[in-house]
Design a protein around this ligand. Structure first.
Ligand SMILES: [Zn+2]
Length: 203
């Protein structure tokens, strides 16, 4: 794939979202110049971009992703791309991973158009679940829950979606309105889906 081919696939509607970008796994970050031509096209055509942040399952570095390093999952490493492409719609996936909650929260604070998702974090292991519960509690207190989108990262784990919804629904510090926003409304806004689909909040 080169930028010319990428642009033609964007133009004909084949590419509507650019993600998940797994730069981490190949030892790179979104701010690396190799991504620039693609991000420029995404900004120009208003294509949402989803970038992996955080690490991966233990053992990956010894097997299929030898260039991956935990430090490359730091959410701050997407900042240069946010600055260079200020109109780009970006989803910081996996809520920044388990390592830098304050970096993830500060980025959401500093870049009010940045969104994040909960993919994989709600079910995969006790450490991600511990992290994400605290992360959501802090985001609620900070006032940024309206930019959090549900995710499961379900690829070939059939129960990942059910388990994620169940764990989210069990968080008693979130209101039903918070949960509805996370499960649908925030993503509908980020993805610019038809507003008619908005799930109304009961007052
Ligand atoms: Zn990922």
């Amino acid at each position: 794939m080169n930028p010319e081919r990428f642009e033609s696939l964007v133009k004909d509607g084949t590419i509507q979202v650019f993600g998940e970008i797994g730069a981490y796994y190949s030892g790179s970050t979104l701010s690396n110049p190799e991504w620039e031509p693609y991000l420029k096209i995404c900004e120009q055509y208003d294509i949402p971009v989803a970038i992996h942040t955080g690490g991966e399952e233990p053992g990956g570095t010894y097997t299929w992703s030898p260039k991956a390093r935990l430090r490359l999952g730091d959410p701050y490493l997407i900042e240069d791309a946010l600055v260079k492409f200020p109109k780009l719609r970006v989803n910081m996936m996996h809520a920044g991973g388990e390592d830098w909650p304050e970096h993830a929260i500060r980025l959401l604070d500093y870049y009010p158009h940045l969104y994040t998702d909960l993919g994989v974090m709600l079910w995969v292991n006790p450490n991600t679940k511990r992290y994400i519960k605290e992360f959501l509690r802090n985001l609620k207190e900070a006032g940024y829950l309206d930019r959090v989108m549900f995710g499961s990262d379900q690829m070939f784990w059939p129960d990942a979606i059910d388990r994620s919804i169940e764990y989210l629904n069990g968080m008693d510090f979130l209101t039903n309105e918070d949960k509805r926003d996370i499960l649908y409304n925030n993503a509908a806004r980020f993805l610019k889906l038809n507003n008619d689909n908005k799930v109304p909040n009961k007052k």
